[in-house]
Design a binder for this molecule. Structure first.
Ligand code: IVH
Length: 696
């Protein structure tokens, strides 16, 4: 897309623009921004920091605000669009979006090749092979070099118009110089995806808010395309791969243009790549004869899990476009292409029963027990159903045959029941009104999807709290672990958190598997935990909404844990990172007599409640300023960077709010960055900027 010469030029223009954006001219400024978007979203190789990009972007916004008549539809500022609700109208595709015939093994491919040779009269056919992206398919139309319409596949003949939402996908260019190839109108097909990393981040955020996760990246992508507010689409960090030109016209057949329209499929995808689209040129291969294709698809399947996005197979296409025309299509699919499907990560099984598990904070989670079934190398027998709404939406019943999916590193989930296989003997899933462990009445807060047991002494919660207390990120009592907590609890050797420090080792030594060595290790680990830093103890207490970062903030604010019990709501709200919900939960924790008694007991057992401020203080360079690190950091470990901030008088916060002073951004930053961009008081900086801020 950009030659080395152009890259150098644009990079030096960037430097001048950064020192004087107004002097550079509006179209030049746009071209600089487009160039950096391309480096970031297509090549994955940015040349400037997000902070620098943002400052240029803001300059362009400012110029366009002062002179709105200069705004063009393909200006980088025009992706944002209005936040008016989308109304998706039905539109007709220029060419029906057919689906592909499937193949599952080498024989299928050999058969298909035989037919292609017969129909073409050739001895050897040249093919292209490329990934089969597992997302949501889209069609894009460009007219006179501008993106004029984007649509979903729909039924293949008609789809829904989603132009505004598609503009939020940064790897889809708003304009592209098709005119250089003599093309006036073109329809391109592709797949919208959310990569595995962004999918996981998004689900982690949902989990923090107690919301059920999105089932898989494919559903996440297709759901995202149909969201009402384009800004929400932007937050999902979607990507698009373009893999097929279905239609193109030249307004004037006799016009001579710089470049010729390609005559092969590979040439088309290369043209798209040159024009700034993400087409799979790097992942694809041109091969003469089917044998090489068979080898390539098998090799690719072995690498499937290493890719940053999901693919469910490969697509093999006849390379020569004239030959594609000659082979034509059946009513359902083209004869010039075939999908090779990888081994299924779906299987059917029987839903045997649903159990209800009680979590540490009393949340009741329905868990499906299914007949064990192997999927992609793992045997699945237990699947979380998250909450009642999920069960109702899927209309699951005990005895149903269910379709189960386990994609890559995504946890297994039930796609749907196969209702057509019902015999009539299936039974409704009844949600308990009482806690399955302590029998207390369950309760569902209005704004939540989960039922809760609010009996703080419920045995299930007690055990989960002890498991959390000893866990690695909390008090880190090595060699204790979940299994031992459960065993000791069942045998009556452990009743509560202080009990960890009063274990009867005489009795434990009688148990199978507890020799002298393992008992000594356990004793030592318990002893060591008594002097863990205060923030670990606060986190270990399992106060709802108090994660590791908030625990650090709280520890920082006091010299002894008992001080925290005296804080008022107002005082808590003063702290970075503490909002009303968190403050309310902390107050509730200290209002509970049992909790106060537990802290007294811990103190009596020599567990340090003091903030020993073991941290070295290097300087006060950050003088109370708050920092947050996001994305993948390459120059230092996140925990080291956080310690540096604290050692230089700054604080770490866990969320983006107006209380945040600096957001330090690494690679692939997601929603935190988007949110921070909207709060003018936050300085968004990269790792280098951060290093420069540190005192020498
Ligand atoms: S070609 C006329 N190439 O798979 C043929 N499709 O089951 C146009 N897909 O609906 C499709 N990756 O959504 C093609 N590299 C690829 C693809 C691909 C994913 C999807 C597409 C299509 C479905 C076919």
């Amino acid at each position: 897309m950009y030659t080395i010469e152009q890259t150098k030029n644009l990079q030096s223009l960037t430097t001048s623009a950064l020192s004087n954006a107004e002097g550079i001219g509006i179209e030049a400024l746009r071209n600089i921004l487009r160039f950096h978007e391309y480096r970031y979203y297509i090549l994955n190789d940015p040349l400037i920091s997000d902070f620098e990009y943002d400052s240029l972007y803001k300059q362009l916004e400012k110029i366009e605000k002062e002179a709105p008549q200069l705004i063009t539809t393909d200006s980088p500022t025009q992706r944002v669009g209005s936040s008016l609700n989308n109304a998706f109208t039905t539109v007709q595709h220029l060419v029906p979006m057919l689906s592909l015939e499937n193949s599952y093994n080498a024989e299928d491919l050999l058969d298909w090749d035989r037919k292609a040779k017969e129909l073409s009269g050739l001895d050897v056919v040249e093919y292209c092979v490329e990934p089969k992206f597992d997302g949501a398919s889209i069609s894009l139309i460009y007219e006179n070099d501008l993106l004029s319409r984007a649509a979903t596949r729909g039924d293949g003949v008609e789809g829904e118009e989603i132009t505004n939402n598609t503009k939020q996908i940064r790897s889809v260019p708003l304009s592209a110089k098709f005119s250089e190839f003599g093309i006036d109108q073109i329809e391109i097909r592709g797949e919208v995806l959310i990569n595995k990393n962004n999918f996981k981040k998004y689900n982690d955020q949902l989990a923090e808010q107690n919301l059920p996760p999105l089932a898989n990246p494919r559903n996440a992508a297709s759901g995202s395309l149909r969201m009402k507010d384009p800004k929400d689409v932007g937050r999902r960090n979607l990507e698009a791969f373009l893999y097929h030109v279905s239609y193109s016209t030249t307004g004037n057949e006799h016009r001579t243009t710089e470049k010729q329209q390609p005559t092969t499929h590979y040439g088309m995808l290369e043209m798209l790549w040159q024009l700034g689209f993400r087409s799979p040129v790097k992942e694809m291969k041109v091969v003469k004869g089917i044998e090489g294709i068979i080898q390539y698809v098998q090799d690719f399947e072995a690498k499937r899990d290493d890719l940053p996005y999901e693919i469910d197979g490969m697509v093999i296409k006849v390379n020569d476009l004239a030959l594609q025309d000659k082979l034509g299509m059946t009513t359902h699919h083209p004869r010039w292409a075939i999908a090779y499907k990888f081994k299924a990560r779906q299987a059917t099984s029987k839903l045997l029963k649903v159990e209800f598990q009680v979590g540490r904070t009393g949340s009741i989670t329905p868990v499906a027990k299914i007949e064990p079934v192997p999927i992609g190398g793992v045997t699945v027998s237990s699947i979380s159903l998250f909450n009642e709404d999920v069960v109702r939406e899927k209309d699951l019943r005990i005895g149903d045959t269910v379709l189960v999916e386990r994609a890559g590193d995504v946890i297994p989930y039930i796609v749907k029941p196969l209702a057509e296989l019902r015999t009539g003997d299936e039974e409704e899933i009844i949600f308990p009104k009482k806690c399955p462990v302590c029998n207390d009445e369950l309760y569902k807060p209005e704004d939540e999807a989960v039922w809760r047991c609010i009996n703080i002494n419920c045995e299930a919660q007690v055990v989960e709290r002890i498991i959390h207390f000893v866990s690695k990120d909390a008090m880190d009592i090595k060699s204790f672990g979940e299994a031992n907590v459960r065993k000791f609890y069942e045998l009556g050797l452990l009743k509560d958190i202080p009990g960890i420090y009063q274990l009867d080792f005489e009795s434990i030594s009688q148990l199978e598997g507890f020799g002298k060595k393992s008992i000594d290790n356990l004793k030592q680990a318990i002893e060591n935990s008594k002097s863990q830093p205060l923030h670990r103890l606060i986190f270990a207490l399992g106060i709802r909404y108090v994660g590791e970062t908030t625990a650090k903030t709280l520890a920082h604010a006091v010299s002894n844990l008992n001080d925290l019990a005296t804080f008022t709501e107002e005082q808590l709200l003063q702290l970075d990172d503490v909002g009303k919900k968190v403050a309310g939960s902390i107050l509730l924790f200290f209002k509970n007599e049992d909790n106060i008694k537990m802290l007294e007991k811990l103190q009596g057992l020599n567990i340090s409640l003091n903030n020993d401020k073991k941290q070295v203080s290097l300087s006060d360079a950050f003088g109370g300023k708050s920092f947050l690190f996001t994305g993948t950091l390459t120059q230092f470990k996140r925990s080291d960077a956080e310690s540096l901030v604290e050692a230089n008088g700054g604080n770490i916060v866990s969320g983006v709010s107006s209380k945040l002073n600096y957001l330090v951004v690494g690679a692939d930053a997601g929603s935190k960055l988007e949110k921070a961009k909207k709060i003018p008081s936050i300085s968004v900086i990269n790792e280098e900027d951060f290093l420069k801020m540190l005192p020498k």
